[in-house]
Write a protein that binds this ligand. Structure first.
Ligand code: AGP
Length: 596
């Protein structure tokens, strides 16, 4: 995990680094630090286990001059959250500073060797060994030294090394994201283009093994030789998209953006989905079955799409938890739909190794088309959600469900499983989603504060759903637990009586995505009989009439009540607000999990 940034700018670099770090904080917020080259060839380093704002205050009180520097925001994997373990890490001479995102799995052996050779390895962090390995090879020049160092590593990395003596920056990557961009005021390196979007128009994505040197000029190497730079890509992120505007937190803004995002997805993918032309353009082969792959919210989105494929076209589907894919038997003629907002989730990328070994085609459903997942997939479905800053996924979930559903329609029409007229009718149905989503948010904003206040004594929540709605209930439970730090379990409603009912006592909140069926009503009666507090979304007489059926706009049966998720997002946020949680940066988490 973690976010890295580096810059060589025409003016003072610290403000650039801290601004970029604030935009990268979603990648981890256990500690933050910068190192800047000084005119006398030394380094100035500032690190803290507090947040970026604290680092900014510290730099204001104790300024650091210099135009070339590196910065890092950490999500701890190896070593406790201490200032000593915070990046940047320096070599023994104090000439080099390194920032790293990824994981070095042979760090213990390398550290032992370095200590035998007389190095002082000061921290418990795997990353620090790299800067000492670079130090050992520095006589060959910084770029060659970085190449020599990474040859000794196993694991993943995106790293940047600053040489204070020459003012040079060298960066390379292997399995972790890194972009390079040049603007009028300087050259920048970052884990995510959003970090530097305010200062550039175009950027390049490092491929594994690229080594870039940023000095008087910018030069590229690959495999020990001079290389052409990677493709120049247009940065389409606007500064407004990166601003919280007048919202209390990014999550509220991102919840509100969902009708617009849904419209954007349908404008992009609806027409080519309904006649199957999207499928034909993809060049993908016919399939016998579909596996959806992902983690967390993305897996929940995949499960919803799998539910649609099964329900409308009888396609056999399987949901694969990417972090548990080692025992996955990839059956012949499987089409793999890999869901990942970031496209950088290490568990998903590792699961792809298994898929590629079996030769199964992969479609990436991602918010980052140029990510590692996007580059490895046979076909990319971009989710068009725009940058999502809150660690809890909201608008990207909705975008993934809709994008994946358009792909499902295209695949079924394109392979003759569904008639074109059915495809057209389904896309027309999806045209109601933006209004359903807006209605659900509106209803929830009115009703949820009272409902959330009534849960103040609760130690945990149950979530219930049936069929595809079960996947929506799963997403509601995930949102609630990550934001409020209360336990939240999701179950198929019929399973309640087979065990989970024992958790229900007077006042236990039970959130139901209520399809109005007699089986759901029977489950809710069982809860009420034990004094449980049913938070009914959409059922008869519901306090939260957020579903199409109860809200006025007709719902869409075949994809289940996607709009229930918005009500649960608002509920999760409100419960977290009442408990004083950090909405955009829940404890222990980071948005992009680039370690296994
Ligand atoms: C959800 O709110 C979390 N951010 C998390 O579950 C996330 O969905 C998961 O880590 C997968 O990330 P990805 O979509 O970037 O692959």
């Amino acid at each position: 995990m973690c976010g890295i940034v580096a810059g060589r700018t025409s003016g003072a670099v610290t403000g650039t680094l801290t601004e970029a770090l604030a935009r990268l904080e979603y990648r981890g917020y256990d500690s933050v630090g910068v190192a800047v080259a000084q005119a006398d060839g030394t380094l100035q380093v500032r690190r803290t286990t507090a947040r970026v704002e604290a680092l900014v205050d510290r730099l204001a009180a104790d300024p650091v001059a210099g135009t070339t520097g590196v910065g890092h925001t950490r999500w701890a994997t190896h070593g406790a959250v201490t200032e000593g373990n915070a990046h940047p890490h320096a070599d023994c001479s104090g000439r080099l500073a390194l920032v790293h995102n990824g994981i070095i799995t042979n760090a213990d052996a390398l550290r032992a060797g370095l200590r035998e050779r007389g190095h002082v390895v000061a921290s418990d962090v795997d990353s620090e060994v790299v800067v000492h390995l670079v130090e050992e090879a520095l006589g060959t020049g910084l770029a060659a030294a970085v190449e020599a160092a990474v040859e000794q590593l196993t694991g993943t990395w995106a790293l940047a090394v600053l040489d204070a003596l020459t003012g040079e920056l060298v960066a390379t990557s292997h399995g972790s994201p890194l972009v390079v961009a040049e603007g009028p005021e300087g050259v920048y390196l970052a884990s995510d283009v959003a970090a530097v979007a305010a200062w550039i128009d175009d950027f390049r994505v490092l491929e594994d093994g690229h080594v870039v040197t940023v000095g008087e000029t910018t030069t590229w190497r690959h495999g020990g030789h001079v290389a052409e730079p990677p493709l120049l890509r247009r940065c389409t992120i606007s500064v407004a998209e990166l601003s919280r505007e007048l919202y209390a937190d990014f999550m509220s803004k991102e919840i509100d953006e969902q009708p617009l995002v849904a419209t954007r997805v349908l404008e992009s993918w609806g027409a080519p989905a309904q006649d199957g032309s999207l499928w034909h353009a993809s060049g993908l082969p016919d399939f016998a079955r579909v596996a959806v792959l992902g983690c967390g919210t993305s897996l929940n989105a995949g499960r919803a799409v799998a539910g649609v494929l099964g329900r409308v076209a009888g396609v056999p589907t399987q949901a694969v938890v990417a972090s548990e894919a080692d025992d996955w038997v990839v059956e012949p003629d499987t089409l793999v739909l890999a869901f990942s907002q970031s496209g950088e989730t290490a568990d998903v990328l590792r699961a792809l190794d298994r898929v590629e070994h079996r030769g199964a085609p992969v479609v990436a459903v991602t918010n980052s088309a140029w990510s590692a997942l996007g580059r490895r997939a046979d076909f990319v479905m971009s989710c068009h959600a725009g940058p999502e800053i809150g660690v809890a996924a909201t608008k990207t979930y909705t975008a993934q469900v809709l994008t994946g559903t358009c792909l499902a329609i295209a695949a079924c029409v394109g392979t003759g499983r569904l008639a074109r007229s059915t495809g057209r009718a389904m896309v027309a149905d999806l045209g109601r989603v933006p209004d359903l989503v807006a209605q659900s948010i509106g209803v929830a904003m009115q009703a949820v504060p009272t409902i959330a206040a009534a849960t103040s004594e609760a130690s945990g929540f149950l979530f219930l759903g049936r069929g595809i709605a079960r996947s929506y209930a799963d997403e509601g439970a995930l949102k609630l637990k990550e934001l409020s730090y209360l336990w939240a379990e999701s179950h198929a409603s019929g399973e309640l009586k087979h065990g989970p009912l024992a958790l229900v006592e007077p006042g236990t909140p039970v959130v139901a995505v209520d399809d109005g069926s007699s089986r759901m009503q029977a489950s809710l009666a069982e809860v009420r009989a034990r004094g449980g507090d049913v938070i009914d979304i959409g059922g008869p007489g519901s306090a939260l009439p957020a579903l199409g059926t109860s809200g006025g706009i007709p719902g869409i049966d075949w994809c289940g009540p996607l709009e229930s998720v918005m009500a649960m997002q608002v509920l999760a946020r409100q419960v977290a607000v009442l408990r004083g949680r950090d909405i955009d940066k829940p404890r222990n988490l980071a948005k992009s999990v680039t370690v296994e």
